[in-house]
Ligand binder design. Structure first.
Ligand code: AKB
Length: 339
């Protein structure tokens, strides 16, 4: 008998860590974890199976469905915004072709099973591209459909994959004699702001200066923040990011009015993060050393996003505002971690 499972790609990444721990503690889901690197030892006992492999490997994906009945896919694997700029074509292959492989797997599985496989896709504020700082400060909270002109390969990939998901959900093989088959997948995407976790440090992103400042201060390491002090972005702690994924997965389809939803918790400038970090770690050795190219990327992302659709359709609200995020979760947990 094939086992009903939840497939998590990019399982070893920051969101993967939080999501696997949450699912293992709160559900009886059989987790199949897939990542190009060997799964973190602490996550292994929480999964039914962990596979070291590439989402571009069609044979591997084919073998996966021979052995498992996939009910839900959390497709977390991707190359983030800064790393993607060093090899945009490779990033495109992983971010777009990798997603396409999983969408195809999900739609085929949906047709075999006679019920929709849920495809949960983390998109990003990188899908936005605001042309000037003046526009950014006047933009207010960006709605999902605003400023969809990303300037990074990662952002272009995320925006396009949101559309691919919509296509596979609603228009797949629309000219086939059978109309593409009655059963398609159930695609749902969340546009995340910058994420901050106490347990893991991000790699390869451009919103990473927030978490990097905090972790470096707690470790007693020097840190050069690569954006200007006035640079403002929306942020969220990992626990709320996981909550959003779980909520969106669980909501009945008929309550959803769109495929892609913004979520956010609080917006902060780099100076405000610096002040919070310095108050908690007075010995912190943090300086501002602006990297003009990375600055341009962050300048093209909105200062805050409008998540009213998520609030209305699936009762989204974060558990952590700024005060609670830093004082009740991040600072105590990061202190314990590096003690
Ligand atoms: C990145 O900086 O690339 C990510 C993101 C905003 O999606 N953290």
């Amino acid at each position: 008998m094939r086992q009903k499972v939840v497939l998590i790609t990019g399982a070893n990444g920051e969101i993967g860590h939080g999501l696997i721990q949450h699912l293992a503690e709160n559900t009886d889901a059989n987790i199949v974890a897939l990542d190009v690197t060997p799964l973190d030892k602490c996550l292994r006992p929480l999964c039914s199976t962990y596979i070291v492999g590439d989402i571009l490997d069609q044979m591997l994906l084919g073998r996966l469905v021979v052995e498992h009945e996939i009910a839900t896919i959390y497709h977390l694997a991707s190359i983030l915004s800064t790393k993607a700029e060093y090899n945009p074509e490779t990033a495109h292959r992983i971010n777009v072709e990798g997603t396409l492989n999983l969408l195809r797997l999900a739609v085929e599985q949906s047709q075999w099973q006679g019920q929709s496989v849920k495809f949960i896709y983390p998109s990003s504020i990188a899908a936005y591209g605001i042309p000037t700082l003046k526009d950014k400060s006047e933009a207010g909270s960006a709605k999902e459909e605003d400023w969809n002109y990303p300037t990074t390969m990662y952002g272009c990939n995320k925006l396009y994959c949101e559309h691919l998901g919509r296509y596979y959900n609603s228009h797949y093989r629309q000219l086939a004699a059978d109309g593409g088959g009655s059963q398609t997948l159930d695609f749902r995407a969340i546009r995340f702001p910058g994420l901050i976790s106490a347990e893991t440090v991000p790699t390869g992103g451009t919103s990473d200066y927030g978490p990097e400042m905090l972790h470096a201060a707690a470790k007693g390491e020097e840190y050069n923040c690569f954006v200007r002090p006035d640079t403002t972005l929306p942020f969220m702690v990992m626990a709320d990011a996981v909550k959003a994924l779980i909520f969106l997965e669980a909501v009945p389809k008929n309550r959803l009015s769109q495929y892609v939803y913004n979520v956010t918790s609080f917006s902060l400038s780099a100076q405000e993060i610096f002040d919070i970090v310095l108050k908690a770690f007075p010995q912190a050795n943090i300086h501002f050393a602006v990297d003009d190219n990375r600055q341009k990327i962050v300048d093209s992302w909105p200062e805050c996003v409008d998540d009213s659709a998520a609030r209305q359709d699936w009762d989204w609200q974060p558990d952590y505002n700024c005060e609670r995020a830093f004082n009740k979760y991040l600072i105590p947990a990061i202190r314990r971690r590096y003690e």
